[in-house]
Design a protein around this ligand. Structure first.
Ligand code: PMP
Length: 428
């Protein structure tokens, strides 16, 4: 395919004069895969169009939110109607409790919640509530999980931090990171040892119940139950970070799929239907330690923004009315993810595929991927070549080996075939 990127290249050069790296979020710069990042001008359904008029089949879906597809009419209409009534008031609106009610219907463990404007804020605030409620300082997280870019979470993190090989981040004081214990994922013995080494000091365990930010990694049998038991036994709170998995793996996220009841849950991405929105919530007793009821401070000028609430209500409401979407996503994603593995096998390319529902990753390794160390055995140069070849064939995968790909409701049989056809060329 002859794909020109003249206009995107010009736009990137212009952006670099104003924005560091030309981007507002690092992985968009395509440093890990090389080549020019296409500049998007519009999107519809399962497709994106760039500034040079090229069309791409989208497998990153704005990094997770677009489960219903781009510019889905009920969402667009809801946002336009809300915008016509005013974009932000800094005062309460009924829509906040409307969306909160839908969320609690999907997530029975969430008795009270608060809206924020990103997944980062949701995780940062959930950890603060956990510390405030328990009166303890230490936090357990897992290598390769990403819980946003707040100071305490940037320790052995996944996503862009893993992609760029940054050990943590410059600008995070050692004193801040000192209270974050980063342990290998899928290893209960390591968690048990950490609890024993810090008796009465661990406020919470925060985990991506299915990891997306090291590429997709599923929890081993009994792993999440084990975390639940250890937290209960040691008086720590279990925080499930469902920013990626919430409303994606099922209406009630990974906690519904695996039957786990966390103390706190963080949400983002799908909950805002593509607008800036996140939420954290859980047991009423814990959440009521937040101001104005309790001593834990947390606030936001744009929190519960009316456009974000409208998009969220339209998106979550649609999912609640069409629960059969999840069975469809399962089928489509399996056909795509497994179809490409079969093509790789025929071509003699080592590939391990991990998939849970509509999130998956093709790892360029022959080792089973159960934690970040396994994911890091991937041949990232081979992934980069694959990414570029797929992009040239009109298929846009997340531009890093350490990210999950997402399938949405608008990916159908035509898109399955197009992806397999592109992969046949790319893997040859
Ligand atoms: N937690 C998880 C599991 C995520 O995947 C992300 C973002 N990819 C975040 C937190 C941070 O969310 P945001 O980028 O909206 O701040």
């Amino acid at each position: 395919m002859s794909r020109t990127l003249t206009r995107s290249r010009q736009l990137q050069q212009r952006a670099e004069g104003f924005l560091p790296g030309g981007v507002d979020s690092p992985v968009r710069a395509f440093r890990a895969v090389g080549g020019d990042p296409p500049f998007v001008t519009r999107a519809e359904g399962a497709y994106l169009w760039d500034a040079d008029g090229n069309r791409y089949l989208d497998f990153f879906g704005s990094w997770g939110p677009m489960i219903l597809g781009h510019a889905f009419p009920p969402v667009v209409e809801a946002v336009c109607e809300a915008a016509a009534r005013g974009t932000s008031f800094g005062a309460s609106t009924a829509a906040e409790a409307d969306l909160a009610e839908l969320v609690t219907r999907c997530f029975p463990s969430v008795e009270r919640l608060r809206f924020v404007s990103s997944g980062t804020e949701a995780c940062m605030s959930a950890v603060r509530v956990a510390r405030g409620f328990t009166g303890r300082n230490f936090v357990i997280k897992f290598e390769g999980c990403y819980h946003g870019h707040s100071d305490a979470m940037l320790v052995k993190a996944g996503s862009g931090v893993a992609t760029f090989g940054i050990p943590g981040s410059a600008g995070v004081p050692v004193e801040t990171a000192m209270h974050t214990l980063a342990l290998p994922y899928n290893d209960l013995a390591a968690v048990e040892a950490a609890f024993e080494g810090h008796p009465g000091e661990i406020a919470c365990v925060i985990v991506e119940p299915v990891v997306g930010n090291a590429g997709t990694i599923a929890p081993g049998a009994g792993y999440l139950q084990g975390l639940r038991e250890l937290c209960t036994r040691h008086g720590a709170l279990l925080i499930l970070d469902e920013v990626m998995t919430g409303f994606r793996l099922s209406l009630g996220g990974a906690q519904e799929l695996y039957g786990i009841k966390p103390d706190l849950t963080t949400l983002g991405k799908i909950i805002g239907g593509g607008l800036p929105c996140g939420a954290f919530g859980g047991r009423a007793e814990v959440m009521e330690s937040l101001a104005p009821l309790g001593p834990v401070y947390q606030a936001g000028t744009l929190s519960g923004n009316p456009l974000a609430m409208a998009a969220g209500i339209a998106t979550v409401g649609y999912l609640l009315e069409h629960p059969s979407i999840y069975a469809e996503l399962e089928k489509t994603t399996a056909a795509i993810a497994e179809g490409v593995v079969a093509i790789a096998r025929e071509a003699g390319v080592p590939m391990m595929m991990n998939r849970v529902g509509s999130m998956f990753t093709w790892f360029f390794t022959d080792r089973a991927v159960e934690n970040f160390e396994d994911a890091a055995t991937s041949d990232t140069a081979a992934f980069a070549r694959f990414h570029r070849a797929m992009l040239d064939a009109g298929v846009w995968l997340p531009p890093s080996q350490y990210e999950a790909a997402f399938v949405g409701m608008q990916h159908g049989m035509v898109e399955v075939e197009a992806t397999l056809e592109a992969a046949r060329g790319a893997l040859r």
